[in-house]
Design a protein around this ligand. Structure first.
Ligand code: PAP
Length: 338
């Protein structure tokens, strides 16, 4: 089988300071647009705005300015592949697996080239659309085909060309209770200096009302689930739990969908297992103990426990029952299970 030229992320030539300055420019450019949108408090005193049914912060990488800029300026190519998630649903893992699958020949056959996932964070190997719009010289300009991108943008808000070109999309969703607990820890670790320590009650209250960045959770998941039913060959819908339960089979399925199926030889020689191991929580959390990702947070903030069901250690039975009930109602008639 001939494998197309693999995607490779070259470090952007932009200084991160330039991207920060570009973010400020975008915030200024769009602020008059979103001040008219409905708003709510997210945590502490921060406002989130309702844009076409989804809540967005006004600051940061995943925010209205970067979303609006992506909608206006991001240009898809027909054979691009997009990895979509709501934050804390398995983005880092999905990025690692996809990067490892697509680039496996390149690094296997070159003993001089260290595998990027052994030295870098998956977020630095595969760019988010929302970050690309901040780059004066976007990563994607130089990329060979197929280009790989990730995004937290809900399906109906994706830049139009991704839909018009029928680009392939892999979506990963996760049990909302585990997403909430992962988010709770992430927010407390990352933004304590702005918000102070948040309580579970505060985060639960917002999340269960649908007020979470890029949420409501249920609408985000539903948007991709329904699109995957409509376009089954173009949109692959995965769950974190299923991936955890049977990683090897899911990795094989993912590789086929991406257009990089494992040959019989590869399967006989344990290549699938090597990729699973390379992208495992144990390996990646060890590699990412120190340092920061290119766009800011400490690398280790993306690795906490990597388990299914950890929410039971934090949510009261009442909170758990409320979330179960909302999920049952919102996902009624949909074949989504965790
Ligand atoms: P992001 O959307 O901000 O990039 P994301 O990667 O979706 O975050 O979520 C982080 C969660 O994925 C963490 O879950 P936890 O808080 O419940 O532990 C993190 O531990 C988990 N995670 C990261 N890498 C892996 C991996 N290789 N395998 C399994 N889970 C992982």
């Amino acid at each position: 089988m001939s494998i197309p030229t693999p995607f490779h992320t070259e470090p952007s030539l932009d200084d991160p300071k330039v991207e920060k300055a570009n973010l400020t420019l975008l915030q200024d450019k769009y602020k008059d647009r979103y001040t008219t949108f409905s708003k709510e408090k997210l945590y502490a005193n921060e406002d989130v705005y309702l844009y076409q049914g989804f809540w967005y912060r006004s600051k940061g990488l995943v925010s209205l300015p970067t979303l609006l800029a992506a909608q206006e300026t991001f240009q898809a190519n027909p054979n691009d592949i997009y990895l979509a998630t709501l934050p804390k649903s398995g983005t880092t893992w999905l990025k690692a697996l996809t990067f490892a699958i697509v680039n496996r020949t390149k690094y296997k056959n070159n003993s001089l080239l260290a595998h990027p996932l052994l030295i870098s964070n998956p977020h630095d190997c595969l760019p988010h659309i929302e970050n690309e719009v901040l780059r004066t010289r976007p990563t994607y300009v130089d990329l060979s085909s197929p280009r790989l991108f990730a995004t937290h943008i809900p399906y109906p808000l994706l830049p139009r060309s991704t839909i018009d070109y029928g680009c392939r999309i892999v979506y990963m969703c996760r049990n909302p209770k585990d997403v909430l607990i992962s988010l709770f820890h992430f927010v407390n670790k990352l933004v304590e200096k702005y918000y102070g320590q948040l309580t579970i009650e505060e985060v639960f209250e917002r999340f269960s009302k649908g007020i979470t960045p890029c949420g409501p959770y249920w609408d985000h998941v539903k948007s991709y689930y329904e699109a995957s039913l409509e376009h089954p060959t173009r949109i692959l819908f995965l769950t974190y739990e299923n991936m955890m339960n049977n990683t090897e089979n899911n990795v094989k399925h993912l590789a086929e969908f991406l257009g990089y199926p494992f040959t019989k030889d590869e399967q006989d020689n344990g290549v699938v297992q090597e990729i699973v191991k390379l992208c495992s929580f144990e390996n990646l959390s060890e590699v990412n103990k120190h340092g920061n990702v290119r766009d800011g947070p400490e690398k280790n903030t993306f690795f906490r426990k990597g388990k299914v069901g950890d929410s039971s250690n934090y949510l009261t039975s009442e909170m758990s029952a409320i979330l179960d009930q909302i999920t049952k109602e919102k996902f009624h008639g949909l074949n989504i299970s965790f």
